[in-house]
Design a protein around this ligand. Sequence first.
Ligand SMILES: Nc1ncnc2c1ncn2[C@@H]1O[C@H](COP(=O)(O)OP(=O)(O)OP(=O)(O)O)[C@@H](O)[C@H]1O
Length: 280
Amino acid sequence: MMNNASDTPAPTPPPPDHPAVHAVGLTVVRGPRQVLRGLDFDVPRGRITGLLGPSGCGKSTLMRAIVGTQAKVTGTLDVLGLPAGHAALRSRIGYVTQAPSVYDDLSVRQNLDYFAAILDPGRSAADRRRENVEHAIADVDLASHADALAGNLSGGQRSRVSLAVALLGTPELLVLDEPTVGLDPVLRRDLWQLFHTIAADRGATLLVSSHVMDEAERCHRLLLMREGEILADDTPDALRTQTGTDTVEEAFLHLVDEAIAAAAGNQPRRPGHSRKESVR
Ligand SMILES: Nc1ncnc2c1ncn2[C@@H]1O[C@H](COP(=O)(O)OP(=O)(O)OP(=O)(O)O)[C@@H](O)[C@H]1O
């Protein structure tokens, strides 16, 4: 199925156990390069799936394809039962890019009022918008800063304003591109707690990218990527067990070594030579 946005009416909703994202042979070309190379994977509903891999492996490109903003996408990519990019998905997906997209000269509440008015326009929706804005501010724990200018907030607080924008309209799927980058350990922990609350309380599906392997341990499920391919698609426990390692980082390095050995025609490496691949 191609992934062109379409204004045709949405077909019958898929059954609830249908995956949030279903990809078969997903390929993306950027410039002269094939950046995603025939990916097959599912993202289960109501869970937190981590998308991890080194810088440049294609995480952001995959997220852009899922939210429908990436060109030159081929293969099957269904999102919430519709082709990625379908117009009916716009209000059902929340997307937070790496750089917080907030207006510095507006307060937290004014930022949210602005985006709420775009999502749900019209005077008759005013009460609903006000309710959604207050709900989103409370969700990201910024009620005490609701009237502060976004430009005067810390980096972590600005990230949470971006997340609050994505939560407006209670999306079924949240796609978060490296939401914890640059945050201190306490804020990172708080944000991950919030992701778990959103998944548990709202039944939302979260796809969260990171290059920090310890964050992988906080996910229900992982997609480990390398050079435009999926290296593994499993739970953190299963990955550790399968590779006989103690951490997801070690499991990832083990899988990288296996992939390199397979590509080299299974030639054994020199004894004592352990390949170390940075995940950044
Ligand atoms: N506009 C572009 N034109 C051509 N190639 C691009 C473009 N944007 C990204 N790429 C290439 O696509 C590949 C994947 O990039 P992408 O941003 O998806 O990686 P990533 O895993 O998200 O990296 P990071 O963790 O650093 O954000 C990279 O090799 C990158 O150089």
